[in-house]
Design a protein around this ligand. Structure first.
Ligand code: NAD
Ligand code: WQD
Length: 345
C-alpha cells in the first residue's frame, strides 16, 4: 500500500520542522508547504540530516488557493494536513492587525476549502493557550472558558477554532484536532533544527540564550510583583520535540477514525515554572552566568498559566517526557551552533 502523505503547512518553521522529523521517523511521507516568510530552505537540509529522508517541499503561500490545489493534485495521496502556517508575533499583531487577520484566517479558509475539494478530511490545527487568557482555575482544562482575546494574534486563534468548529457542525466532510500549545521551547537534540527568531526575540528562552552567548547585554525580567511565589510570571514550558510528537498521535488518531468530529487538547507539561526559576535553572544547567535585571511588567502579560494535560495523556496517550534540564540544554546547544555556523559562513 502507498504511504499516506501528510501535508504540513509552515513545515520549515520552528514547530513544523520538528513535527516533520517526527512524522518521517514514524513512517509518514511529508509535503511541506511554506512561503519562507519566517523560515529558510536550510531547514529542509536539517530535517534531511536527522531523518535521512528529504521531505517534499513546495514554496507556496497558503493565501494562494490555486497553489494549494495544485499541491493536492501533484501529491495524490495526501490524507491529512497539519496547519502551522501563520504569523505569530503577538506585539506585531497589535500594530498590523489586518496583516494577521488576512494571513492567519484566509490561509485557513483556503486550506479547508482545498481539503474538501480534494477529499482530504483530516486537519490538525495549531492553537494556543492564549485562548484561555488568565484562567480562573489552575491548572487549566480544555473546558475552561475562552476569554476575550487581548491581541489580534490571539483572536485569529480563537476565530480559527470557531471556523473549524462551524464548518464541521454544518456537515462539512472534515474532522479536526485542535492542539492548544502552552510555551514551546528548546530544539532538536541534534541541534540540526531549532528556533530562529527574527530580530530581537520576544520570547523568553531565545532571549535567554542570546544573552548567554553575548548577543544581548542583559535579560529584562518583566515584573516581580505578580501574585506568584517569587513575583515573576509562571508558564508551562513544553519541549518542542514532545510537542511535535503530539501531532503524530493526533494524525494517527484522525487517520484511524477514532476521533469525534472536533476535539481539543491542551499540550503542556502540567508544571508551571516562573521566569526567575527558569533563569536560575538555565544558569545551573549550562554553568553560564546570565546577566538580568527586573523591569516593569510587559503590557498584556498574564500572571500565570499552566496546563492540565490529563485529556491528552488519557485520550491521545501522549505525555510530555523531556525534563526541563535537557530542554534548556538543547536550546543552549542550538544557540551555540548558530554562532559556529555564522563563523563558518
Ligand atoms: P514559525 O513562524 O516558526 O513557523 C510558521 C511557518 O509558517 C514559517 O515557516 C512561515 O514562513 C510560514 N508561513 C507563515 N505564513 C504563511 C503563509 N501564508 N503561507 C505559507 N507559509 C506561511 O512559528 P511556530 O512557532 O513554528 O508556530 C507554528 C504555529 O504554532 C503557528 O500557527 C503559531 O501561531 C502556533 N503557536 C506557536 C506558539 C509558539 O510559542 N511558537 C505557541 C502556540 C501556537
Ligand atoms: C514568557 C514569560 C514574560 C521575554 C507567547 C504568546 C502566546 C504563545 C506563546 C503563540 C512571560 C517573560 C519574556 C523577556 C521576560 N504564542 N519574559 N523577558 O508571553 O507566555 O506567550 O508565546 O501562540 O500566545 O503570547 O511567552 O516567551 O514571550 O514570555 O521576562 O525578554 O517570560 O513576561 O512571563 P508568553 P514569552
Amino acid at each position: 500500500m502507498e504511504k499516506p502523505i501528510i501535508l504540513v503547512t509552515g513545515g520549515t518553521g520552528y514547530i513544523g520542522s520538528h513535527t516533520v522529523v517526527e512524522l518521517q521517523q514514524s513512517g509518514f511521507e511529508t509535503v511541506i508547504v511554506d512561503n519562507l516568510s519566517n523560515s529558510t530552505l536550510d531547514v529542509v537540509d536539517g530535517i534531511t540530516r536527522i531523518t535521512h529522508t528529504k521531505p517534499h517541499f513546495e514554496q507556496i503561500d497558503c493565501l494562494d488557493g490555486q497553489g494549494l490545489s495544485d499541491v493536492f493534485k501533484k501529491y495524490q495521496n495526501i490524507k491529512a494536513v497539519i496547519h502551522f502556517a501563520a504569523s505569530k508575533a503577538v506585539g506585531e499583531s497589535v500594530h498590523k492587525p489586518l496583516l494577521y487577520y488576512r494571513n492567519n484566517l484566509l490561509s485557513l479558509l483556503n486550506l479547508i476549502e482545498t481539503m474538501m475539494a480534494h477529499h482530504a478530511p483530516h486537519l490538525v490545527f495549531s492553537s494556543s493557550c492564549t485562548v484561555y487568557g488568565q484562567p480562573d482555575v489552575l491548572p487549566v482544562t480544555e473546558d475552561a472558558p475562552v476569554k476575550p482575546a487581548t491581541s489580534p494574534y490571539g483572536n485569529t486563534k480563537q476565530i480559527g477554532e470557531e471556523i473549524i468548529g462551524d464548518a464541521i457542525h454544518s456537515g462539512a466532510p472534515l474532522q479536526s484536532i485542535l492542539l492548544r500549545y502552552f510555551n514551546p521551547i528548546g530544539a532538536h537534540p541534534s541541534a540540526e533544527i531549532g528556533e530562529l527568531p527574527n530580530g530581537v526575540p520576544q520570547n523568553l528562552v531565545p532571549f535567554i540564550t542570546q544573552t548567554a552567548i553575548g548577543k544581548r547585554a542583559q535579560l529584562s525580567v518583566f515584573g516581580n510583583d505578580y501574585p506568584t511565589p517569587d513575583g515573576s510570571c509562571i508558564r508551562d514550558y513544553i519541549n518542542v520535540v514532545d510537542l511535535a510528537k503530539a501531532h503524530v498521535v493526533a494524525i494517527k488518531r484522525l487517520l484511524a477514525g477514532e476521533t469525534g468530529l472536533v476535539e481539543t487538547f491542551n499540550i503542556g507539561t502540567g508544571r508551571g515554572l516562573s521566569v526567575l526559576e527558569l533563569v536560575n535553572l538555565f544558569q545551573q544547567v549550562t554553568g553560564v552566568a546570565l546577566p538580568y535585571r527586573i523591569v516593569a511588567r510587559r503590557a498584556g502579560d498574564i500572571a500565570q498559566v499552566w496546563a492540565d494535560p490529563t485529556k491528552a495523556n488519557t485520550i491521545l496517550g501522549w505525555k510530555a517526557e523531556t525534563g526541563i534540564d535537557d530542554t534548556l540544554r538543547s536550546a543552549w546547544k542550538w544557540e551555540q551552533k548558530q554562532v559556529i555556523k555564522k563563523l563558518r559562513d
